[in-house]
Design a protein around this ligand. Structure first.
Ligand code: CA
Length: 233
């Protein structure tokens, strides 16, 4: 694979330079944009592999940038946001962002997020959308048969748990908000569903993780949502 091209959208010059230098010294190519207008222009003319997007931009809210980009592109977007703004992160994820980084973050953290996203991207390119089987380490979901297996042993899931597992699997590597998940599973995002989501998630996780050593499949993002992690074999 060629060096991945990352578009850095950040209006703060020192942070922008820091990210760009860090990426270039770790085998990435970096493109930069200091505002929403040039971010959209750079994204459409260079088609970067991943966009790193600061939410607080001078000309337009970062969430609006995500909505615009999502009208024509599925490029992964990792949002960069301040610590106190969970609601901003949720709004950004619901608008179509893939992941988020909280300021201040370390270069290691940034590199780790990029690796997760690239892995997901490569996997998505190797799978057709009609793929009837999902495999993540020892976990296998046979969508056509409506069954899930761990190390070739069928998991006994309730219909809701199975639906939940499929929503997570179809978005493996991506952070999903409570609202998104409940909408997918129940068709609505009522508060009562968010509360039951927690319960169903706990039982699903127990079933996945008790039968598979110590692999962590489901990551909790407190106050935000959940993500299925790609696990090793
Ligand atoms: Ca900013």
């Amino acid at each position: 694979m060629n060096k991945p091209l990352i578009l850095i959208v950040e209006d703060d010059p020192p942070i922008r330079n820091l990210i760009s230098v860090a990426l270039e010294s770790h085998d990435y190519r970096a493109l930069v944009a200091a505002n929403a207008g040039s971010a959209i222009m750079e994204a459409s003319s260079h088609n970067p592999d991943i966009m790193l997007l600061d939410l607080g931009l001078p000309d337009l809210d970062g969430v609006e940038v995500i909505r615009k980009i999502r009208s024509w592109s599925n490029m992964p977007i990792i949002v960069i946001s301040a610590r106190s703004d969970d609601s901003d992160k949720i709004e950004a994820l619901d608008a179509g962002a893939d992941d988020y980084l909280t300021k201040p973050f370390s270069v290691d953290e940034l590199l780790a997020r990029l690796r997760v996203t690239l892995r997901r991207l490569n996997q998505a390119q190797n799978e057709s959308p009609e793929t009837a089987v999902f495999v993540n380490g020892p976990l296998r979901i046979d969508y056509a048969a409506g069954c899930a297996y761990m190390r070739e042993e069928e998991l006994h899931l309730t219909p809701i748990e199975y639906k939940l597992l499929c929503v997570l699997a179809r978005n493996c590597g991506k952070v999903l908000t409570h609202k998104y998940i409940t909408q997918q599973v129940w068709g609505t995002a009522w508060e009562t569903n968010v509360a039951s989501l927690r319960v169903f998630m706990a039982t699903l996780r127990k079933k996945l993780e008790s039968s598979s050593d110590t692999q962590v499949y489901i990551q909790t993002h407190v106050g935000i949502g959940y993500r299925m992690m790609k696990v090793s074999e």
